[in-house]
Structure formats: C-alpha cells, structure tokens
Write a protein that binds this ligand. Structure first.
Ligand SMILES: *Cc1c(COP(=O)(O)O)cnc(C)c1O
Length: 356
C-alpha cells in the first residue's frame, strides 16, 4: 500500500479471480465459462459498423436491452437494472442495501465477503449444513440484507423456491438478493416472485449460460423502487457502465434463445457424464445444478489433484479455505474436454496408487 491510500483499506482482502494463464493452451475448467462461442446473431451484431460508433457514448439507460430483457422475463422495463457483469449489480446492492448488515453462507461466492469488506458492512455468516445445503431457517426474520447464490457456488447445490419465499416473507424490511448466475443449468428461478415481494432482487448474468463472460454483462430484476436505488448508485459512479459493443451483443443474444438453450442441455448432459465418471473413480460428488461439479477423492488431496492436472494442461479450481480444501470445482466443458479430464484424472489416481 502506498502512503497515499486511505488507511481504511489496509485490511481489505480483495477478490482473487480464477487464474487465466497465457503460457500454454490449457483445457480451462476453472472459471465456469461456457466452452461454446457466442451465438451467430451476437457475432453479427458486434460489427465493424458498431465499432465505428465507438466515438459516441453508449446509451446510459440501455433502452433497447432493457426492453428486450423485460420481454424475455415478462416484467416491466422499470424492473430491470443492467450492470457491467453481475458483479457490478452485486457491488451496487452491497453499497445500497446493507445498512443493517449482510448475511450470507460461509461457503458461497467469494465476492460477497469482499464487497462487505470494501464498504465496512457488518456480516452475519451462516454456515451451510454438514452436507453443504443451505440452512434456510438461519435466514428467517434476521432483519439484514441477505445474499444467496442459487445454485450456490462452488457447491452447485440449490435452494427451493418455497424456502426462498419464507426468507422473503420474514425479512420484509430488507432486500433479499438471489444470485442466479447458474440458474439456466437446472435450478428454478425466483424471477416470478418479483411481483409478489417488493424486497426481492434477482441477479443474473450473460457470463455463464450465454457465452459472454468477456463482454461483462449482468442484470438485476426487482421491484421498481429497488431498481431506482440501484440507478441512483450507478449514475453516481459510472453512468455509461455498459459499452456499445456489449449492448449490441446482449441485445442480439436474446434473439438466439434456442442456441443457448441447446448449449445448456449439452452442458447438463456432459455434467451427468462427468458425475458418473468421477463416481466410478471413487469421488464424492455433490449434487450440482450448475455448469460445474464439486468433488473430492480421499485417495488424493484437492490441492495435489489440482497441481497434477495443471502440469498436464488441465485447469480446475481449488480453494484453500479449510472447510472445502479437500474438494475441487470442475467446470463442465465439451464432451471432448471432459473425456480428457477424466482420462488424465484416472492416470493421476493410478500414479498415486503406484506410490503406496
Ligand atoms: C460468475 C458469478 C458471478 C459474476 O458473474 P459476472 O456476471 O461475470 O460478473 C456472480 N455470482 C456468482 C455466484 C458467480 O459464480
């Protein structure tokens, strides 16, 4: 830290993204990106013509994209907030809604803790149950802002809508954020509850199921008053938060729903294949409804498997946090990638057996 920085940031622990190495070409199963390219309409929309307009600012209210998202989710445009990645939507939600503190799970998306640290928000950490499912009773009537990833990361496990409704009902004076980054891979979305609960904010992203992680686009769906609050923060920080090319890409992607749906089905199919194979190799695999699986094998430590796979050109994600250090999170890619991953893992495990 330089001597110029505000000392309040001295203890801030920043978010550490999954590695994006450039030394060799890895099979990347570590950051939950889509292995598929953006849809044909997106490739066409991000045209030379659009690039030529980059001398002009982008639309600060994202008129067309908001309209298309509203149509897609059967809500009004006043219910839509668009962010530079869903991380920005979450960032603004932490800034705006956490005066009474923020509650979230001990094992969940790591950015929640970072945002809380950034803004000096008091946190109330709710441990997941032994089996890594969320204990919804812990969140009832707690009078704090609540952040729940559904499906959760890095476990992949879901919480059912009935339980989310109980949490919404018993915390009427606080915002409940349901982070649905992985909802298109099998969970049930809370979007339809937005009409019923004025304290609900559903957050989704183009990064995973819509193959646009590099474009940075996410959105929140909620009551019009919540959306106004988020806009107040946005217009006080970065009014042109979505660039022209990303806006064009985001609009076009919504007209290729079939393409993305079919990709999600492929990922789900590949996920089930991967789960079966990992179980055959003796792994414990959590029940995932996301585009990744979370697994451990008592024959090899999580860290060792991660390092050995990396040596062999395959990246997966290992977390050193005590409770989950035996596990690895493996993004689901193409069938070809998953077959290579399984084959290499099998070889590594056999090598381990030789060493005994
Ligand atoms: C990937 C992810 C995000 C962030 O996605 P971006 O839209 O790329 O910022 C948010 N929440 C969870 C749980 C995620 O896994």
């Amino acid at each position: 830290m330089s001597r110029f920085m505000n000392t309040k940031f001295a203890t801030l622990e920043e978010y550490v993204p999954g590695e994006q190495p450039t030394d060799i070409k890895y099979i990347k199963l570590n950051t939950n990106e889509s292995p598929f390219p953006p849809s044909p309409s997106v490739l066409k929309a991000v045209s030379k013509n659009e690039v030529k307009k980059l001398n002009l600012y982008s639309d600060p209210v994202c008129t067309l994209l908001a309209k298309k998202l509203a149509e897609t989710y059967a809500v009004g445009t006043e219910n839509i907030f668009i962010g530079n990645g869903s991380d920005e939507v979450l960032n603004f939600a932490f800034m705006a809604f956490c005066q009474s503190g923020a509650a979230f799970a001990d094992i969940t998306y790591g950015f929640y803790e970072v945002f809380a640290g950034l803004y000096g928000i008091r946190t109330d950490i709710k441990p997941l149950k032994e089996d890594f499912s969320i204990c919804s009773d812990d969140y009832k009537g707690i009078n704090k802002a609540i952040f729940i990833a559904n499906p959760n990361a890095p476990t992949g496990k879901i919480i059912v809508l009935d339980e989310i409704e109980e949490i919404l009902k018993t915390n009427p004076d606080n915002v409940v954020v349901i982070d649905e980054a992985y909802i298109d891979f099998g969970g049930e979305s809370a979007v339809n509850l937005v009409d019923k609960y004025d304290n609900l904010l559903v957050v989704q992203t183009y990064s995973k199921s819509r193959s646009l992680a590099g474009a940075r686009l996410g959105y929140g769906i909620g009551n019009a008053e919540i959306i106004k609050d988020l806009n107040k923060i946005k217009f006080s920080t970065n009014p042109y938060n979505i660039n022209r090319l990303t806006l064009a890409a985001g609009e076009a992607a919504l007209s290729d729903a079939e393409y993305y749906k079919s990709n999600c089905e492929t990922i789900i199919f590949n996920r089930e294949y991967t789960v079966q194979e990992l179980k055959r190799l003796g792994f414990d695999v959590l029940d995932s409804k996301a585009n990744f699986v979370f697994a451990k094998n008592e024959k090899i430590s999580g860290e060792k498997l991660y390092l050995k796979l990396k040596e062999n050109g395959i990246l997966i994600r290992h977390f050193s946090k005590e409770r989950i250090k035996d596990y690895n999170r493996i993004t689901i890619g193409t069938m070809e990638q998953m077959k290579k991953f399984i084959k290499q893992t099998e070889l590594i495990l056999a090598g381990e057996a030789d060493n005994i």
